[in-house]
Design a protein around this ligand. Structure first.
Ligand SMILES: O=c1ccn([C@@H]2O[C@H](COP(=O)(O)OP(=O)(O)O[C@H]3O[C@H](CO)[C@H](O)[C@H](O)[C@H]3O)[C@@H](O)[C@H]2O)c(=O)[nH]1
Length: 341
């Protein structure tokens, strides 16, 4: 079985990808520093995949520890690199924390396996497009000046990977995956998103409001130039997203693939904030206490992805709609309320 290192493998997208790797016949090896994840996710994963996955608790910023990891795990076929800080607002207040963590970890893991011919998947983001001029946005759209240090780390990491391949000095193959808005949870409701503190993202805020942890949710602006005035995003189910990582590995395993490429991961369809709220209410039968508030600083008005390249190149497409995204996120919220970790 091919071993795949999954950095940040106990996080939201990482844990779902671990499941899909096992489903596809790979052996995931999780590396996580637990800074934004819970150790009990290992047991939760075991309930789904039937065994406790191999796990290294390790800070990827620690160069010596990463070298030791490469010595202990020399026979890996690929790396899926999720480990990174991801809160846009926090990155504005603590830029050095973000630059240090997101760059050191990337550079350390790349360097540790430098001699190996392996396939590397990088978690990027649609944040690199800013507010695109044309929608849906394709991978060829210009990369805009990032709105936040977090966005900068994604853009510059993509450049680092491109430069690395262009130099011809490594034996890596690399795919960057630009995520739109990942939401939802595994159908088992055993794994899902675990925001620390007050959620910044829409769907965890919705589910926490519905369960009574938050009094109400505020829709950030209804005066945008969209169908109902609220912002438009391309929400994608995390299980669909996880499967795309397996597809990216399988593409790189082909001899015909070489070098570096980038793919959008979305559904190709935009939804407004108010449509998401409606979908939640309809798919769960739970009424949501919401109000309209002012715009949130830094939000782009609307973005959704052109996924033609992903469909053709990765031989992958999304299967799950907004109703399943909302229902699964709600099932996870209820599970975690009844079974606190
Ligand atoms: O309480 C809330 C939270 C969010 N929203 C709205 O819901 C939409 C989605 O907001 P999220 O915070 O869930 O997602 P973003 O699109 O802002 O952020 C996502 O896209 C960013 C790039 O634009 C980064 O990649 C980030 O990590 C990723 O979560 C936005 O219109 C936002 O204004 C609300 O109305 N109320």
């Amino acid at each position: 079985m091919k071993k795949i290192l999954v950095t940040g493998g106990l996080g939201f997208i990482g844990s779902h990808t671990v499941v899909e790797l096992v489903n596809a016949g790979y052996e995931p090896i999780i590396v996580d520093d637990l800074s934004n994840s819970h150790p009990k996710m290992l047991d939760q994963l075991a309930k789904i995949i039937g065994h406790v996955p191999q796990f290294y608790k390790l800070d990827l910023c620690d160069e010596h520890a990463v070298k030791q990891l490469a010595a202990d795990e020399p026979e890996i076929a690929g790396i899926i690199h999720f480990a990174a800080f991801k809160a846009v607002g926090e990155s504005v207040n603590f830029p050095m924390k973000y630059y240090r963590n997101n760059f050191y970890s990337l550079i350390n893991i790349l360097t540790a396996y430098w001699e190996k011919p392996l396939n590397f998947v990088f978690s990027s983001s649609c944040t690199v497009y800013g507010q695109p001029e044309q929608l849906p946005v394709t991978e060829n759209a210009p990369v805009k000046a990032a709105e936040s240090p977090y966005g900068n780390t994604k853009q510059i990491a993509e450049e680092i990977l491109k430069d690395m391949i262009a130099s011809g000095g490594s034996k890596y193959k690399v795919i960057s995956l630009r995520y739109f808005n990942p939401v939802g949870a595994h159908p088992s409701a055993l794994i899902g998103e675990l925001p620390i503190g007050v959620p910044q993202n829409l769907v965890p805020f919705i589910t926490q409001t519905a369960i009574g942890k938050r009094e109400k949710i505020t829709v950030f602006g209804n005066d945008y130039n969209t169908s109902d005035g609220s912002c438009v995003r391309d929400y994608i189910h995390v299980v669909d997203l996880a499967k795309a990582h397996v597809a990216a590995l399988q593409l790189m395993e082909k001899e015909s693939f070489s070098g570096y490429d980038v793919y959008n991961l979305g559904t190709g369809k935009g939804s407004t904030v108010l449509e998401v709220i409606k979908a939640f209410e309809e798919s769960t039968g739970v009424k949501l206490n919401y109000q309209i508030g002012p715009r949130r600083g830094g939000d782009v008005e609307q973005v959704w992805g052109d996924v033609t390249k992903s469909k053709n190149g990765l031989q992958w497409q999304t299967e799950l709609g907004l109703d399943v995204m909302m229902k699964s996120a709600w099932d996870w919220e209820k599970y975690i309320a009844e079974n606190p970790l």
